[in-house]
Design a protein around this ligand. Sequence first.
Ligand code: SF4
Length: 293
Amino acid sequence: MKYNLFSIVAGSEVCNARCPFCVSKMTPPNGIGAKEPEVDWRRFKQAAQFARNHGVSTAMITSKGEPTLFPRQIREYLMMLEEFGFSPVELQTNGIPIANEKPVTPRMLEDWRQFGLTTIALSVVHYEPEKNRQIYLPHQKKYIDLPALIARLHDKGFTVRLSCTMLKNFIDSPDRLRELIDFCREHKVEQLTARPVAKPQHSRDEAVYTWTQGHELSNSQIAALNDYVETAGFLLQKLGYGARVYDIGGQNFCFSNCLTRDPETDEIRQLIWFPDGMGHLKYDWEHPGASIF
Ligand code: SF4
C-alpha cells in the first residue's frame, strides 16, 4: 500500500473562523474535542515511523479546528518530527492568527522554520478580501491583508501555498480561476491547490451539510474548469487519488478533490494521526473504521 501524506491533527476542534462548509463539523470528531489533547509522544513517534517506513516524505500539520491557535503544540510536533527527516513539512491554516500576530508572533514563525517547517498552506475561497471575509469572518468587518501575509511568510523563508475551496458564486468558472492564478503569480505564491467543495456521505451537522450542498459546483462547471486547465496547463503529475498538477503560465497549480481513498487502487492519500486519548493512526477522516493502530 502506498501513502502520500502524513497528516497530523494538532490543537483541538476550536477555530476562529466560521466557514459554513466546515468539513470538520460534518465528519466524526475522532476523539478531538474543545480541549487541547495531551499527546502520547511514544505513539506519535510510532505513527511517524510507520509513515516513513511506507515511503511518505511529506508531513502536514493540520487540525479539526485551527492549528495555529495552539502554537506551543505546533512547535512540539515540529521538534518530534525532526528525527524522521520528513521533507517538506507543511502547515495548513486559515492564516488569520498569523496575520493578526495573535497568538502567532513573528518570533514563533522563526522558531517553526528552525524546526523544519518548510511550507505554509493558507485556506482561501477567493482572491478578493470581501469574498474571503463572507466565508471565514462573517462576524467581522474586515478580512486579513492576504498579500501582506504572503509577503511576510516569504520574508520568513516559507514556501506559500494557497489552498482554495471552490464554491458556487466564488471560484466557479475558468475566468475566476484564471484571475486566482493571476493573483498567485503577482504575489509569487509558489503553489496553488483548488478543490471543489464536497460533503461527506453522512454529516453530523445538518446545517453545514445543507449549505455545502447548495454551494457545490455543478457537473458542467467542473467540466468547464477541467477543459480550461487541460487547455491552458502543462500536465506535470497525476497523483493516485485523482489530483493533477499543472504548470499554467509558470504557476504551479494542483486541481484536486476531497477524496482520501479509492478502494480500487493500492494508493491512499494520507495517514492521519489523531491524538485522541492514547493516539491513533488512521487513513480516513470520515470512517473511524479506517484504522492502522
Ligand atoms: S478554517 Fe477550517 S476548521 Fe475553521 S471553520 Fe473554516 S473549514 Fe472549519
